[in-house]
Design a protein around this ligand. Structure first.
Ligand code: AMP
Ligand code: ZN
Length: 185
């Protein structure tokens, strides 16, 4: 047989990492017939999971009314996971411009205490309206049959939003200051 050495050494692009994690039993937290929940590899809070559909749906902008049942399943999974972590307040939602392929919903605790949380971009991606709450996405799908994309301008504005604590009115000087403050909650 021909040895195709070119193919042998092809490494998947980093943006396909979630698909690899979906097939790695040590990354999978739970699964149903429609969705797989994985542990976020670089968690930005004490609890951080990602919910992905088994179907090859690339993003929330590919959803239509036929996906309402699927999205309701995301909601059930969120509800179950909140019950399993009843000591923490969790939120569920999508990044309006994700970096990883395959549609994925973040389930993340509000503490935001994690060594992997390092940059203002990390912070603003979970604490500004760049983070699209699960309920709003489902509402939009039911009312309009699709999810609206945000403009480049709005994206820029959200990412440069000044730091502010997500649990009180504290305005930190920088990320180290914010991380120290978060421990006080
Ligand atoms: P985003 O695409 O911005 O919605 O976020 C992607 C999320 O995937 C981030 O929270 C990353 O920490 C996480 N992540 C990146 N690579 C992997 C991986 N291979 N397995 C699991 N989670 C990952
Ligand atoms: Zn605070």
């Amino acid at each position: 047989m021909q040895n195709n050495s070119n193919q042998k050494h092809v490494k998947n692009h980093w943006s396909l990492g979630l698909l690899e994690s979906m097939n790695d039993p040590s990354s999978v937290y739970k699964e149903t017939d429609k969705v797989v929940v994985i542990k976020d590899k670089y968690p930005k809070a004490k609890v951080h999971y990602l919910v992905l559909p088994r179907d090859n749906i690339n993003s929330i902008y590919n959803l239509d009314k036929s996906h309402i049942l699927l999205l309701e399943e995301f909601g059930k999974v969120f509800h179950d996971i909140q019950e399993e972590h009843s000591d923490l307040e969790l939120k569920a939602g999508f990044h309006s411009i994700p970096s990883m392929q395959r549609m994925h919903m973040h389930i993340i605790s509000k503490d935001m205490i994690s060594a992997c949380l390092k940059t203002k971009i990390h912070w603003n991606s979970f604490t500004t309206s760049f983070f699209l709450p699960y309920k709003d996405v489902l509402r939009s799908l039911k009312d309009n049959g699709h999810v609206e994309k945000i403009s480049t301008e709005k994206h820029k504005t959200l990412m440069s939003t000044p730091l502010k604590c997500n649990q009180c009115e504290f305005v930190p000087k920088n990320m180290p200051d914010l991380k120290k403050h978060l421990l006080s909650h």
